[in-house]
Design a protein around this ligand. Structure first.
Ligand SMILES: Nc1nc2c([nH]c(=O)n2[C@H]2C[C@H](O)[C@@H](COP(=O)(O)OP(=O)(O)OP(=O)(O)O)O2)c(=O)[nH]1
Length: 168
């Protein structure tokens, strides 16, 4: 495959880490695809990994902290000039440590309204919009089963965003 091959679909996972009503937003660093765009931290799923395993690994490597991966928020397929990406964004909480800046330009904890002003990577726009508008649909019980494969509803998103007990 060459860099211009956009027929091969690459599976990527992103974490919408929520804490105290805010979401961790990351700005991509220099020398990477989509430099300067905002994204949900994460990366490519490797062979033999589940999406949730990949996400925990990527966050450990990239942000040096541990997360609990909750419900799937959105999967979006985006054809870039370098590849076609299938991006699945999951609602997550911090379970140990706090995010450390390593390869991103910036990390910010933002309210859904503040997220509106960012230049999101094209693959992330649908998931970001669901948080910004609160228009996702789930039940509160999904959040009691963090590994549940169900898609998040607006109630879960609101419940997650409203949680106070997770340290930022
Ligand atoms: N991690 C992550 N990647 C995203 C998001 N949205 C989006 O379009 N991407 C793209 C950028 C990359 O081309 C691809 C894989 O992400 P990555 O973080 O592993 O990519 P990378 O460029 O650092 O990897 P590499 O090929 O340079 O080794 O997915 C997102 O929200 N999070």
């Amino acid at each position: 495959m060459t860099m211009s091959d956009n027929t091969h679909i690459i599976t990527v996972v992103g974490a919408a880490i929520v804490s105290d009503g805010r979401v961790l937003c990351a700005r991509r660093g220099a020398g990477r695809h989509l430099d300067g765009y905002w994204e949900f931290p994460g990366g490519k799923v490797e062979d033999g990994e589940s999406q949730r395993q990949a996400l925990r690994r990527e966050i450990r490597e990239e942000l040096r902290c541990e997360i609990t991966v909750g419900p799937l928020l959105r999967t979006s397929v985006q054809a870039y000039d370098f590849a076609t990406i299938s991006l699945s964004v999951f609602l997550c909480h911090l379970s140990e440590g706090s995010p450390t800046l390593t390869e991103h330009r910036t990390l910010l904890w933002l309210t859904p309204d503040e997220m509106r002003g960012l230049d999101w990577a094209p693959a992330d726009r649908e998931a970001a919009k669901l948080i910004i508008t609160g228009s996702v649909s789930v039940t509160e019980s999904d959040m009691n089963h963090p590994e549940s494969p169900t898609t998040a509803s607006v109630e879960d998103v609101r419940t997650t965003l409203a949680r106070k007990e997770v340290p930022r």
